[in-house]
Design a protein around this ligand. Structure first.
Ligand code: SAH
Length: 283
């Protein structure tokens, strides 16, 4: 089979590091579209003897593996029987000690709400050398596929990433008044079940119930679905099981002008005003 990366000589051109025996690479695969994996991530898949991969990984990526590579499913999905985190970490350590080239492949970015740091800390404690290969996180790249820029200077000068549940499955213990006031745009991970309660807290803290919000499910995958709603209606709108990113803020409106996937299917985009500042930049 043609090796899609080495035909172009990317490995040499970019001076990519080798995955050595006894090492673990913790890599992000991006949110859904397999093309969003980084070159280094793809390079890791091609070299690994064994890959522990997550539920959210597009199976097409696993076709890049070398012949005979071992694939271990280490999925975790809400409501589905999950591998224990300690088992995954222990497996990584024991495979590395067996002198394997080990790849831990996770959805999105391994260090964004993905327990990558916990796994890396276990490796560090066990004296196993590791490399972190960042990935495109769902809360940025996934929103981009929905035509929602995570920032735009007309709408938000800051963004806050929040997880919808803490270790105990409840809303995380945060100062919700501060969260509501501190950032015009909020991006919620793992929040389908708790978003109604979160919205109530944000509204109680002064956020407008009519503020735009969106639920982006299966972001960047062929099954992507985008539901635009308001903060006040998020709770009822968020039913379902597909992995979803929820975004609250004025930047959601920009989708009217930037839904590039819709445009490919013939949708007319709104001519969004660029603003005076932008025009003077361009001159
Ligand atoms: N490390 C991952 C996040 C893992 S937590 C990252 O950086 O993206 C799992 C949560 O991520 C899901 O509950 C969902 O909120 C979000 N998520 C991951 N992939 C997604 C996708 N394709 N579409 C929408 N949300 C996604």
């Amino acid at each position: 089979m043609i090796n899609p990366l080495s035909t172009g000589g990317l490995e040499e051109l970019l001076n990519l590091p080798r995955l050595e025996r006894g090492w673990v690479w913790l890599a992000g695969a991006g949110p859904g579209d397999p093309g969003l994996i980084t070159v280094l991530g793809a390079h890791a898949i091609q070299q690994a003897d064994v890959i522990l991969y997550d539920a959210l990984i597009d199976q097409a990526l696993l076709k890049l593996t070398r012949p005979g590579a071992e694939l271990i499913y280490a999925g975790k999905r809400a409501g589905v029987k999950s591998c224990r985190q300690s088992d995954i970490s222990r497996t990584l350590v024991s495979l590395a000690k067996k002198d394997k080239r080990v790849l831990r492949l996770k959805g999105g970015d391994p260090f964004v709400f993905g327990r990558g740091a916990e796994e890396a800390l276990t490796l560090a404690r066990a004296g196993v050398p590791f490399r972190i290969v960042p990935g495109v996180t769902a809360g940025i790249g996934g929103l981009a596929y929905a035509g929602i820029p995570v920032t735009h200077r007309d709408t938000n000068h800051a963004v806050t990433f929040v997880t919808g549940h803490g270790v105990d499955g409840q809303i995380p213990d945060l100062d919700w008044n501060a969260v509501a006031k501190g950032s015009p745009t909020l991006v919620l991970y793992m929040a389908r079940k708790t978003v109604g309660a979160i919205a109530d807290k944000l509204i109680a803290a002064g956020r407008d119930a009519d503020e735009p919000a969106a639920i982006v499910s299966d972001a960047s995958a062929s099954t992507q679905n985008v539901l635009v709603t308001t903060l006040g209606k998020l709770g009822e709108a968020a039913a379902g099981t597909a992995p979803s990113i929820i975004v609250i803020g004025e930047n959601v409106k920009l989708r009217e002008g930037l839904d590039w996937i819709g445009a490919m299917a013939g949708k007319m985009l709104e001519p969004w005003p660029l603003g005076r500042e932008h025009l003077s930049d361009a001159s």
